[in-house]
Design a binder for this molecule. Structure first.
Ligand SMILES: C[S@@+](CC[C@H](N)C(=O)[O-])C[C@H]1O[C@@H](n2cnc3c(N)ncnc32)[C@H](O)[C@@H]1O
Length: 357
């Protein structure tokens, strides 16, 4: 067993969708570089591992502004060559060196097939480690305290770190799980359900998604996103040349228009624009900015597909295009983007007009 001491650098551990490790690290380094130009070494990326690490000087990372990171953890210790017969002793010894006490203990694995096989071990290990930490006074029941994360990338190593509840995802492995509703027309419905949970807190959901509101869904078929809206009592114009599933085809709150989503213009402004059309991100971004500039929608959730190699650059360019247009128009807004658990080669964006004071 070898326990690496922390260096003066700050090491960060980020979880992400497997295959997006490079994007995740690249984006974190970019965020850090905007604060201070000098960056320390970049630990090697392990392709398809579901995590990335970055080492920074004094720069802080903001979880909410990271698109590809599912979770943001301050990494304190790396243990390699964990003995199979007694993982508890070295892990407890490493935790004893960490500053402060913790409000929760999260044992985590990568979101990969190997990770799935390790989760049987973490389920067995959790009560043992938890009991030992409580006895030592390292673990308390207090949601305001930092969380302790033990991440097992494989069955012989552990990465030990802490997350700040105000600067991280409040979900194990950074995954906000959704149950598939039996009556929903498509699995895409989970993307919008997750976006609503990730981007809006409960009070904002109640305020922004109310019965009697109106929405346009561009690229609506077969209707998973429309279904999420009508189940909240929102009247939806569903625009798609493809057919809507029968549960929505004759729904009193749904009007289906077989039109091109890039040409459709509503007669009256709507509360919500949602868009899941498979198109270039720059084209979708341009469409969204046109709707907002013309005052046609107050809030939007839209998906940007990223099948290209330079995903971070394509995404930056699309989002910066929206920002500069809305700034130019003098529109106040809040925009958040995330690669959701239910997103594949894509990210989801929430854009809302805010009041000017
Ligand atoms: C990923 S699917 C949408 C799934 C949908 N959000 C759901 O939850 O069921 C993309 C849809 O966009 C539609 N689409 C693509 N380009 C379009 C366009 N220019 N105008 C209207 N619909 C378009 C396709 O017909 C397809 O049904």
């Amino acid at each position: 067993m070898r326990a690496m001491q922390t260096t003066p650098l700050t090491h960060w551990l980020l979880y992400c969708r497997p295959g997006f490790e490079q994007d995740c690290a690249q984006e974190a380094l970019h965020q850090a570089r905007q604060q201070k130009p000098v960056i320390a070494t970049q630990p090697p990326i392990i392709a398809n591992s579901g995590y990335a690490a970055v080492a920074l000087n004094e720069q802080a990372l903001s979880y909410r502004e990271l698109i590809f990171a599912r979770q943001l953890i301050r990494l304190h210790q790396t243990i390699e060559a964990l003995p199979e017969r007694d993982r508890l002793t070295p892990i407890l010894a490493a935790i004893a060196t960490l500053p402060g006490t913790f409000g929760a203990l999260w044992l985590e694995v990568p979101d990969t097939n190997e990770g799935k096989t390790l989760s049987a071990f973490t389920r067995r290990f959790q009560p043992l480690l938890e009991a030992a930490l409580r006895e030592q006074g390292k673990l308390q029941n207090d949601v305001k305290l930092q969380r302790l994360h033990i991440f097992f990338p494989d069955n012989s190593s552990a990465l030990i770190g802490a997350s700040d509840p105000h600067n991280s995802a409040a979900a194990l492995m950074g995954i906000v799980r959704q149950n598939m509703p039996a009556e929903a027309p498509s699995r895409s419905t989970l993307k919008l359900a997750e976006a609503i949970d990730v981007f809006m807190d409960r009070s904002e959901q109640t305020r922004l998604l109310r019965q009697g509101m109106t929405a346009v869904d561009l690229g609506a078929a077969p209707g998973g996103w429309t279904w999420q809206l009508v189940k909240r009592g929102i009247r939806v114009t569903a625009v798609d040349n493809g057919p809507m599933k029968s549960v929505l085809a004759k729904h009193p709150l749904v009007q289906h228009l077989r039109q091109d989503g890039f040409k459709y213009v509503p007669r009256r402004a709507v509360d919500w624009l949602v868009c899941d059309m498979v198109e270039q991100p720059s084209r979708v971004a341009k469409l969204i900015e046109e709707w907002f500039a013309a005052g046609l929608a107050r809030h939007a959730i839209f998906n940007l597909k990223l099948p290209m190699k330079q995903r971070v650059a394509a995404l930056d360019s699309a989002l910066n295009g929206i920002r500069s247009r809305l700034d130019h128009e003098g529109i106040n807004y809040r925009m958040l983007a995330k690669q959701l658990y239910h997103d594949r080669e894509e990210v989801t964006v929430f854009l809302t007009r805010t009041k000017s004071y």
